[in-house]
Design a protein around this ligand. Structure first.
Ligand code: HPA
Length: 246
């Protein structure tokens, strides 16, 4: 079974799933998300004939939750038997070639939250955090769908304020292509549990200072909604290929 975490505005992905049952965050011991555009439930079903559990919405450090709470959904889904995890989010782009409204697959990340969900001496190897073989499958499927799919480095910050232009220049200098406020802790938790991870950012806006327009959360959610269809097609294709016999 594959776990899929849906970020801001990506709820429509759930409409592509044949739903078997739903479980509220509360039943799974998670707090409800307080962010507009994030509903709080797990949806079990199938996508492209392959079994999935969707996590609709997530909880964030910037809501005041601990790194352990932020990653509780990943541990819960692992307990339900997922072997692979697809993480999605909304992010600002700081790569001039990666335009808002397109998707970026993570090839790596910068965890700039100052936090980790791991306690004790869990020195988990992060040298191939995003499964290269699985990324190759997504790359090939995107090509077949003629879907633009960038690949780059995601910088995960705590937020909730958006970045200053100076911070965005710093992020660019240290190698980031996109910036957001989630995902990195979930990847760390998933790798420590031995799950394969793939992650995708919906690039909803130019990061601060790159364009003259100020950032607006509603615009972020709306752009995510419009770009969701491309990701639905990509995930549907990859999971349907998995479900084929042989
Ligand atoms: N910065 C941080 N998080 C975000 C952004 C951004 O520009 N856009 C969507 N999530």
């Amino acid at each position: 079974m594959t776990g899929i975490v849906l970020g801001s505005g990506l709820g429509p992905l759930a409409d592509a799933v044949e739903v078997e049952r739903e479980v509220s965050f509360a039943v799974a011991g998670l707090p409800a998300s307080t962010v507009p555009g994030h509903s709080g439930k797990f949806v079990f079903g199938s996508l492209g004939g392959s079994p999935v559990v969707l996590m609709k919405g997530r909880v964030h450090l910037y809501e005041g939750h601990s790194p352990q709470t932020v990653t509780a959904g990943v541990r819960w889904m692992a307990g339900q038997g997922i072997k692979r995890l697809i993480l999605t989010n909304a992010a600002g782009t700081l790569n001039p070639d990666f335009h808002p409204g397109t998707w970026m697959m993570f090839c790596d990340h910068l965890n700039l939250t100052g936090a980790s969900p791991l306690e004790g001496a869990d020195f988990v190897d992060m040298s191939a955090a995003y499964d290269p073989a699985w990324c190759a499958v997504f790359r090939k499927a995107a090509l077949a769908l003629a879907m633009p799919l960038h690949e780059g480095v995601y910088a995960g910050l705590r937020g909730p304020q958006y970045e200053t232009p100076a911070e965005v220049r710093m992020l660019h200098t240290i190698g980031a292509d996109a910036v957001g406020m989630s995902t990195v802790l979930e990847t760390i938790q998933a790798r420590s549990l031995g799950l394969s991870v793939a992650a995708f950012s919906c690039l909803t806006n130019w990061a601060a200072g790159i364009s003259a327009t100020p950032l607006d959360h509603h615009e972020v959610v709306e752009t995510g909604r419009q770009a969701a269809q491309a990701m639905i097609s990509l995930l549907g294709k990859v999971l349907a290929e998995d479900a084929k016999p042989g």
